[in-house]
Ligand binder design. Structure first.
Ligand code: PRP
Length: 238
C-alpha cells in the first residue's frame, strides 16, 4: 500500500471530514492501541486530526478494553504494545499503532504507511559504568533484552558471538545482579540508566510509533483507512 495509498492519501489530505463513512452493516473501523506512553501521545494527535477519542481516556480507569466511538464509527482495542501487530496481521483490528522496535522485532506482514513521531526513544546497548565489556576478549558474553531478534541482528552485523537472554521488563537490573554483561533496551530520558549506573555503548535505532495496517484491511477498507491516514498525516506535519 505504501506507494499507491500514500499517493491517494496525499490527494485527499484536504478533504472535508466525513463522519461514519462505512456502508450499511459495515463494522466500525477497528484500531488497536497500546497502553502507555504511545497511547497518551496518540490521543491528542487523533484529536488534532479531528477524531476525539476522549471515550478512551474516560473508560481507562474502568479497565474497559474495547471502546466504541460511534460518532466516528470507530472501535478502539486497548492491548499490550507487543500484541498490536498480531491483532492487525490477523485482521482482528484494521490498523494499529506500534513502536518501530516492536514492528522490526516481530517482522510481521504489515504495511507501515505513517510514522506518527510519538513515543520517541532509542534502542541502545548499555553496560555497567564500572565493568565495561571487552568485545575482543573472547569471553562468553551475555546480553539481556526484550528484543532478542534485534539484538541478534545487531550482534551478527558486528561479528560478536554472545548469548542472548530474553527478559520481559526491568532489563536494567540484569547486569547488576550477574545475569548479563550488557543490555539492549529502550532509553527515553536516560533516567533509568543513570539510576542503575549504566552507560550507553551505542544506539541501535531511533524508535517512534507508527501506524500499521493489515493486508486485508488495506484492500477492503482502503477508503476509511486512507481518510484517517490523510488526516493523521496532516496533524503530524502541522
Ligand atoms: C522502558 C525501558 C526502560 C525505560 C527507559 O521501560 O525499557 O526501562 O522505559 O525510560 P527512561 O530512559 O526515560 O528512564 P518500561 O517503563 O516500559 O518498563 P519495563 O522496564 O518493565 O519494560
Amino acid at each position: 500500500m505504501s506507494t499507491v495509498a500514500a499517493k491517494k492519501v496525499k490527494a485527499k489530505a484536504k478533504a472535508a471530514p466525513k463522519p461514519a463513512a462505512a456502508g450499511a452493516g459495515a463494522a466500525p473501523l477497528t484500531i488497536a492501541l497500546p497502553r502507555g506512553r504511545i497511547l497518551e501521545e496518540a490521543l491528542p494527535l487523533f484529536k488534532r486530526a479531528g477524531f476525539d477519542l476522549g471515550a478512551v481516556e474516560k473508560t481507562r480507569a474502568g479497565r474497559k478494553l474495547i471502546i466504541p466511538i460511534p460518532e466516528h464509527d470507530i472501535r478502539v482495542l486497548i492491548v499490550r504494545d507487543a500484541d498490536v501487530p498480531a491483532y492487525v496481521e490477523h485482521g482482528a483490528a484494521d490498523l494499529g499503532i506500534a513502536g518501530r522496535d516492536v514492528l522490526e522485532e516481530q517482522g510481521r506482514d504489515l504495511y507501515e504507511p505513517l510514522d506518527l513521531r510519538i513515543g520517541r526513544c532509542r534502542l541502545v546497548v548499555a553496560e555497567p559504568e564500572d565493568r565495561p565489556v571487552d568485545e575482543m576478549a573472547r569471553v562468553h558474553l551475555r546480553y539481556a533484552t526484550k528484543f532478542p531478534e534485534l539484538t541478534r541482528r545487531h550482534l551478527q552485523a558486528r561479528g560478536v558471538v554472545a548469548e542472548i537472554i530474553k527478559l520481559y521488563g526491568s532489563i536494567e537490573i540484569s547486569p547488576l545482579v550477574g545475569l548479563a554483561d550488557r543490555i539492549v533496551d529502550l532509553v527515553s530520558s536516560g533516567e533509568t540508566l543513570r539510576q542503575h549506573r549504566l552507560r550507553e555503548v551505542e544506539t541501535i535505532m531511533q524508535v517512534s510509533g507508527r501506524i500499521c495496517v493489515g493486508r486485508a484491511a488495506a484492500k477492503l477498507r482502503s477508503d476509511r483507512i486512507d481518510e484517517l491516514l490523510a488526516r493523521l498525516r496532516a496533524a503530524v506535519e502541522g
